[in-house]
Design a protein around this ligand. Structure first.
Ligand code: PMP
Length: 439
């Protein structure tokens, strides 16, 4: 077995000075998280010297894995020139040019420091531009920590309400009722019920916010016909269609919604576009981006940020994206397909009651025999959550890192061999979990 005493000790120290022991909920783990010392390519090494294959890549942000040479070189160069200034740099112009070239419907872009901020500014812009208040979101989709959108995710089934008309359930205790009163929740991929809800709210809706591959809602791709309806409905009623591509920008060189053949009005980016450094961005056609424009007086939505467009994040982002070609995405599709079919085939062969969802470089293992279709089906009951925790720890012991919901993602230095190794580890871990439960 692997020794993780160093991690246990750091967690003990952390518990005295950091609430909960470590400073980020998403990486909290019982009995304690693994503390990382370094990473190279597909591998990370923990403080006890154990090696892992990283299938989480800082929650999908590190598309090139760890210590990617072009990013490091750019960062070293920029480090000597200056880390941040109270003025713009050439890098932000170059980076904006790059992104607007790739995402064909973008005229302009602005930068922030996180996906949470990016989503927040798209919502503020939609409300300011339309003069309306309501926002609609897909049930179960995660869009970061901005209050009005932090609704109906990981809530107890007793609070869900009818499938065809989901309740807006606040995620955070202490949320005032008025804060989420204008948030409307749509049943994912259910066209009839969604049409009815939107019809009832159309005059008050500022925005419909979607993720074409919502991770927490099961990592199930949006139906084309459902997306076509949302695009047409929002355009017809003067509602801003926001695409949250914080994670799903991984799907395509030209943007996630573009992969489905559509364009958004405003789009939120983060994660991979920062090359591993903190970043957020909002882009879109100029008639929507003008919400942020200060050239004719105070903008509708003042957007700033001490570290927004800082040259380190710009430099890392440019290097990361310049090393991602259209062929890189084709390769992700092929490798991702191989991963999903290998896992599915293995579960069938070994009679393991598990299933897989996903698209492109992202996939998720579910502890149910049939792949879920939405948030409600993907939701893990307490007993399942316990089993999921066991599976994740068993994978860790075999040297494979996945997310707390058993989401996995690829990085460019990965090859078929890494995937096959992961599939073997999942088989062993799952068999161990199932055997333990029979005892
Ligand atoms: N939107 C989506 C779809 C996300 O996956 C995340 C982060 N996992 C966010 C928004 C928030 O991004 P950040 O963590 O950078 O604030």
């Amino acid at each position: 077995g692997r020794s993780i005493v160093g991690s246990a000790e750091l967690f003990g120290r952390g518990q005295r000075v950091i609430t909960g022991g470590n400073a980020r909920l998403s990486v909290f783990q019982r009995p304690h998280p693994i503390y990382i010392a370094s990473g190279t390519g597909v591998n990370i090494v923990d403080v006890d010297g154990n090696n892992y294959l990283d299938f989480l890549n800082n929650f999908t942000a590190l598309i090139h894995g760890h210590s990617f040479r072009p990013v490091l070189d750019r960062l070293h160069h920029q480090l000597e020139l200056g880390i941040s200034f109270s003025g713009p740099t050439k890098l932000e112009v170059e980076f904006a040019e790059l992104l607007c070239r790739r995402v064909s419907y973008f005229d302009q872009i602005r930068f922030m420091n996180s996906g949470t901020e990016a989503v927040m500014y798209t919502i503020k812009a939609a409300r300011a531009l339309t003069g309306k208040l309501k926002i609609a979101k897909l049930e179960g989709a995660f869009h970061g920590g901005y209050g009005p959108i932090e609704v109906s995710l990981d809530s107890a089934p007793a609070n869900w309400g009818p499938r065809s008309a989901p309740n807006a359930v606040p995620y955070c205790e202490g949320t005032p009722e008025w804060y989420t009163a204008d948030t409307v929740v749509l049943p994912f991929n259910e066209l009839g019920a969604t049409r009815e809800i939107l019809e009832g709210n159309k005059d008050k809706l500022a925005a419909v916010i979607i993720d074409v591959l919502p991770q927490r809602a099961g990592l199930v791709p949006i139906d084309r016909s459902y997306l076509a309806f949302l695009r047409e409905f929002t355009a017809r009623h003067g509602i801003v269609l926001i695409s949250d591509e914080v994670m799903s920008f991984r799907l395509s060189y030209h943007g996630a919604i573009s992969r489905f053949g559509f364009e958004a009005d405003l789009c939120a980016f983060a994660k991979i576009i920062g090359g591993g450094l903190p970043i957020g961005a909002v882009g879109g056609p100029s008639q929507f981006m003008l919400a942020f424009d200060p050239t004719n007086g105070k903008p509708l939505v003042p957007q700033s940020g001490t570290f927004s467009a800082n040259p380190m994040s710009m430099a890392a982002g440019i290097a990361a994206l310049e090393s991602l070609s259209e062929q890189s995405f084709q390769r992700f599709d092929d490798l991702g397909e191989h991963a999903c079919s290998s896992l599915t085939e293995m579960f069938r062969r070994e009679r393991l009651p598990y299933s897989v969802t996903g698209m492109g470089s992202m996939f998720r293992i579910h502890l149910r025999p049939e792949a879920p279709k939405d948030y409600r089906e993907a939701h893990a009951a307490p007993e399942q959550q316990e089993k999921m925790g066991m599976l994740i720890r068993a994978l860790q012991e075999r040297g494979v890192i996945v997310s707390p919901t058993c989401q996995l993602c690829l990085s460019t230095p990965m090859f078929t061999d890494h995937i096959d190794e992961m599939v073997t580890s999942v088989r062993e871990a799952a068999q161990m979990v199932e055997a333990a439960r029979l005892e």
